[in-house]
Design a protein around this ligand. Structure first.
Ligand code: AMP
Ligand code: ZN
Length: 469
């Protein structure tokens, strides 16, 4: 870790222990972090994207404290069933038939690559740093097979009619991540679906498929969904690593199963030290999901003239472990607030001074406290409104915070030059501040100055709009 004088201890909520813990990496020189990537059977929806904004804030918070990060993400392009119970149609197969494409591994890959590109475009629009190491599950089937062989040798895997399964009764602490063992009721649903399984919650390590799939010592088919994250994680980050992220729906099955199969194959515990999960985005009080048909894509927001970065800002106004209910009014409100912040920033002028140490300390305390972005944003507002700090130091401080927040302040200059001249933007921000402090005389004289530069200002209760005369 680099030395950082103002470093405060990072504390993260660990799903494994159900409490906030001080974070230290296994290897002090590098944090090894894994993120469950998307299933690329369709466009990502804005609920999915929350999981990646959260992981991005986590990475940037760690980097802000001087850690070097090795971050791996998988792309699920094969072998995922429509339900957690390993039944139903494979999602990628369903996507091919939806798009009228012939069922083949080549077409499956093409479809996966198409949606992966779209996914990466969404990440960039949200100022999310694309992880350095992104791997398609279909490129690591060999590693899945090797892991499966180990499980078989150690007596954890068994074969039934439709595949190879993991025998959870061999792992007494199965279910540790979900805060206890699986209940009979949950398991009962599964045993009805597959009476051949030894235990209700046993899960597929390999599913046979006579029509399409990869060859394996057990027969043609696809690896189970969970195995890809164990195999890719172990290959690129080692048998034990620091952090694993995903959305909360991954806790009860996907991550629970990842833990048992990895720990039983390697014999090392814990597989991962910190498990972090982000909450859902609901819409109309219901979880946003591809299967529910109630989802919005980032492009739907853009079509309504909302900026992708507004969505990031709106997410950061809530804590990542708080469920958020999406609605358009809230997003429009967030855009107004963001524009005001941007206006205040643009009014600061050119040179960049020094970071204000007091504010930086406060900002760090919040962001290092389990990524408390809502409180960190309050500090951002406080800096911009503080009359006792010079503009150049404000600018340096905002740019410093933005290394974590990723709201794109550094790029604002170019945007303003294209749209509104810098001087007009500066006067407009001053005018907004004057209005807020009810100094209407100053506000009027600034309006006249703006007019003399060929621009006019229209007020709304929330904001001011600037246009050419
Ligand atoms: P998927 O593409 O379905 O594999 O999901 C990708 C990521 O999105 C996972 O980490 C999920 O937990 C997360 N996710 C799915 N639906 C939502 C939602 N409505 N709100 C927040 N995260 C979600
Ligand atoms: Zn995963």
């Amino acid at each position: 870790m680099n030395s950082n004088k103002t470093n405060s201890q990072i504390v993260l909520y660990n799903t494994l222990t159900r409490k906030k813990e001080k974070f230290f990496p296994i290897d002090p020189k590098e944090v090894r972090m894994y993120t469950c990537g998307p299933t690329v059977n369709n466009y990502a929806h804005i609920g999915n994207l929350r999981a990646y904004v959260f992981a991005d804030i986590l990475q940037k918070t760690l980097e802000y404290s001087g850690y070097k990060i090795k971050r791996v993400m998988n792309i699920t392009d094969i072998g995922i069933m429509s339900s957690d119970a390993d039944s139903g149609e494979d999602k990628m197969t369903a996507a091919l038939s939806r798009e009228g494409k012939e069922l083949s591994l080549k077409n499956m890959r093409q479809l996966a690559e198409f949606y992966t590109e779209k996914f990466k475009e969404d990440l960039s629009k949200l100022n999310i740093k694309i992880p350095d190491y992104i791997y398609f599950a279909s490129d690591y089937v060999k590693e899945d097979v090797e892991l499966l062989k180990k499980l078989e040798e150690k007596g954890y895997a068994y074969k039934i009619g439709d595949g190879i399964y993991f025998d959870i009764s061999k792992m007494p602490d199965y279910g540790i991540l979900r805060g206890g063992k699986i209940t009979w009721d949950e398991g009962h649903i599964r045993i009805v679906e597959n009476p051949e399984k030894k235990n209700p919650a046993d899960f597929a390590l390999w599913k046979f498929n006579s029509k399409i799939g990869f060859s394996s010592p057990w027969g043609q088919g696809f690896p189970g969904w969970h195995i890809e994250c164990s195999a890719i994680g172990i290959k690129f980050l080692g048998e034990q690593f620091d952090i694993h992220t995903g959305g909360i729906d991954l806790i009860p099955t996907h991550h629970t199963n990842e833990i048992v199969q990895s720990e039983s194959a390697t014999g090392k515990k814990p597989f991962v030290r910190f498990w972090l999960h982000s909450e859902f985005i609901d819409i109309g009080g219901v979880k946003m999901a591809k299967s529910e048909g109630n989802f919005l894509k980032l492009s739907d927001l853009i079509e309504k003239n909302l900026k992708p970065i507004t969505y990031r800002f709106w997410l950061l106004m809530g804590h990542y472990r708080t469920k958020l209910n999406f609605n358009w009014e809230a997003l429009v409100g967030a855009e107004t607030a963001l524009k005001r912040l941007q206006g205040l920033y643009l009014a600061l002028g050119e040179p960049v001074g020094k970071i204000d140490q007091e504010y930086q300390k406060k900002f760090k305390e919040h962001i290092n406290n389990d990524l408390d972005t809502p409180r960190a944003l309050v500090i951002l507002w406080d800096v911009l409104k503080d009359k006792n700090i010079s503009n150049i130091n404000k600018k340096a401080t905002v740019l410093d915070f933005d290394k974590v927040l990723g709201l794109g302040f550094a790029d604002l200059k170019e945007i303003s030059e294209v749209s509104i001249p810098k001087e007009v933007a500066r006067l407009a921000a001053l005018r907004q501040a004057a209005r807020e402090s009810k100094n209407f005389q100053l506000s009027d004289s600034l309006r006249q100055k703006i007019n003399s530069l060929g621009y006019e200002v229209k007020d709304s209760p929330e904001d001011q709009k600037i246009s050419k005369i």
